[in-house]
Write a new protein. Sequence first.
Length: 248
Amino acid sequence: MAGRRRTGRAALVGAVCAGLAAVLTGCGAEDPDAGTNGVGKLPAAKIEAKARAAAAAADTVRLSGNVVSQGRTYKLDMRLAPNGARGRLSTKAAAFSLLRVGTSLYLKADAAFWAGEKNGRSAGHDDSAAAKLGGKYVKVPATDPVYKRFSGFTDKNMLLGSLLALHGKLATGERSDIDGVRTIRLTAAGGSGGTLDVSLESTPYPLRMQRAGGAGVVRLDDWGKTVDLRVPPKDQVVDYGSRISGRG
């Protein structure tokens, strides 16, 4: 009888200790990936691959921030879709709107911008021609340098392919959140090769990119949301023929 009591007491003590240990272990080792999409558990290279795949699979995205390209700093806010894009770019010297529907690119800027596009000449006939373009959607010929310079800002695949590039050995960094969405950071070359914050919720979209060499910081959001792309009304469009830049 006494032996059974001792056995029962030992079993009870063991159960209490096991339960207490489980509680203490649970409190001390909370799973940081609980409720996430699980990419935080992956190696950095696989997280990057999943983020790139998610970005490529999405039809649309809004991209905003600052980008340094060919020595110029552009502030941009673009909504990109498979068949075009719309948004706004600005530099220290000028600001303008871009719209591409299919292969047709339209640029809307003030007269000062167009005067600058005409090889810097800003007098006489050039002033008159620039005034006609100011405030209108100018249909940019595909052969014109203006088209070549700005169409890349309206091409989702080209733009993301360039902006999301990380250079150097990848590592996982800190966990944070962007507008309430939990993220994990990828760093390249210790951060000098760029950093990329990837969503830990739902689809692992890239949400913030700091480019290598101080070449800008961009935010990516509104993944999959509809982008309204329509050709401007005819009375707001100027078709300047086969060339815009350098007309005199």
